[in-house]
Design a protein around this ligand. Structure first.
Ligand code: GLY
Length: 354
């Protein structure tokens, strides 16, 4: 078996296996069922999310999607788990910007191209839910900063204290000594999969005192045959004030096209934005590539663009096609992702360029 073949994690058969085992459902029947909003028993739901924190997030999503709930509700509730954890990189406990403030980015997208996002949002515990409200209650796609916060408060979200978590305060004080902005690749994950207990519930702090994930991104297929995705982060630690990453940008950090698939990105947001990453992966799947192949194509493009600087960044994608097949690819070793199907919740090591 070639290296590529071995690296390629074929999760085909995870999703709608019964399409092949019990007979293909004609797309017209699929569309009729979708229109009726009725669950098609032959479609097995799938939830995929980034990093090992995805295991706990997947469990919350599965409670919804595994009981014939909607993918949109699953991806919102799933990542809310991570937003509430104490960790370096998602939610209000995350690392602050250079000025000592935690600023949050999040986006959500459903199977009908409805989407919403918030960016540079402060003092709100669940930015993903504000993003959903932007999608459902405003004529806009994106709200940022003070305006996003005003909208959140008007919608009944609590304005939390402007206070760093103990860990973030310690990290920030450490950072202030040098005040250098140096992204650390794989800050999100610092241990091998073999050390992980798949049944753990977050928060998950490592023995070296670091947290093992950053952006949580989640994509899901429900039993109605509909895809949705979500993405939420406190962004790059010690970033310039006002910096946005890829996560709140529809087409960069997240994209969903129900004819093709759903994709979410994690890692160095600037380099995902410059290739419209999530959208680019979806377009590769539209042309017939498997989820892993499509992610690989775009990661390799980033590798070519960055040249020797690629060694200093990490970029990763997860993808789920409308057939329920999942895949991932990363620039460097160290990315993992969690997949929940009817067969359980499992963590996979991603393939990578080098
Ligand atoms: N991927 C998250 C960020 O760059 O902010």
């Amino acid at each position: 078996m070639s290296m590529d073949r071995r690296k390629f994690l074929n999760l085909g058969g995870l999703g709608i296996t019964s399409f092949t085992m019990s007979g293909f459902i004609p797309s017209s029947s699929l569309q009729e069922a979708k229109n009726r909003g009725s669950a098609i028993s032959k479609i097995n739901p799938v939830v995929v999310s980034t990093w090992d924190a995805g295991l706990a997030a997947n469990l919350a999503a599965w409670k919804i999607i595994g009981a014939n709930g909607k993918a949109l509700d699953a991806v919102e509730n799933g990542v809310m788990v991570t937003e509430e954890e104490i960790n370096c990189c998602v939610g209000l406990s995350g690392n602050p910007d250079r000025d000592g403030h935690v600023t949050l980015d999040a986006s959500i997208m459903d199977h009908e191209f409805n989407c919403g996002s918030v960016a540079f949002l402060e003092r709100i515990k669940h930015p993903i839910s504000v993003a959903r409200r932007v999608m459902e209650k405003t004529p806009h796609v994106m709200l940022v900063g003070e305006g996003a916060q005003q909208f959140a408060v008007a919608e009944g979200f609590t304005l939390e204290a402007d206070k760093l978590s103990d860990d973030a305060k310690k990290s920030y004080e450490g950072w202030l000594k040098k005040s250098e902005y140096k992204p650390v690749i794989n800050i999100e994950r610092k241990q091998s999969v073999s050390q992980l207990d798949p049944s753990f519930m977050a928060p998950h702090k490592l023995s070296n005192g670091e947290w093992n994930h950053d952006t949580i991104g989640m994509i899901a297929l429900d039993s109605f045959g509909n895809l949705s995705g979500s993405c939420t982060t406190s962004g790059a630690g010690f970033k310039m004030r006002g910096r946005l990453g890829d996560s709140p940008i529809i087409g960069a950090g997240l994209y969903v096209d129900n004819e093709v698939g759903a994709v979410v990105a994690t890692g160095q947001g600037e380099d995902v934005i410059r290739v419209a990453g999530a959208s680019a992966v979806v377009e590769q799947m539209r042309q017939g590539k498997s989820p892993s192949e499509a992610c690989k194509f775009v990661v390799e493009r980033i590798r070519r663009i960055k040249k020797e600087k690629a060694k200093d960044i990490q970029v990763c994608f997860i993808a789920l096609n409308i057939k329920g097949e999942a895949g991932a690819y990363a620039l460097h070793k160290g990315f993992n992702y969690a997949v929940h199907t009817n067969d359980g919740n499992k963590l996979y090591e991603s393939s990578f360029v080098d």
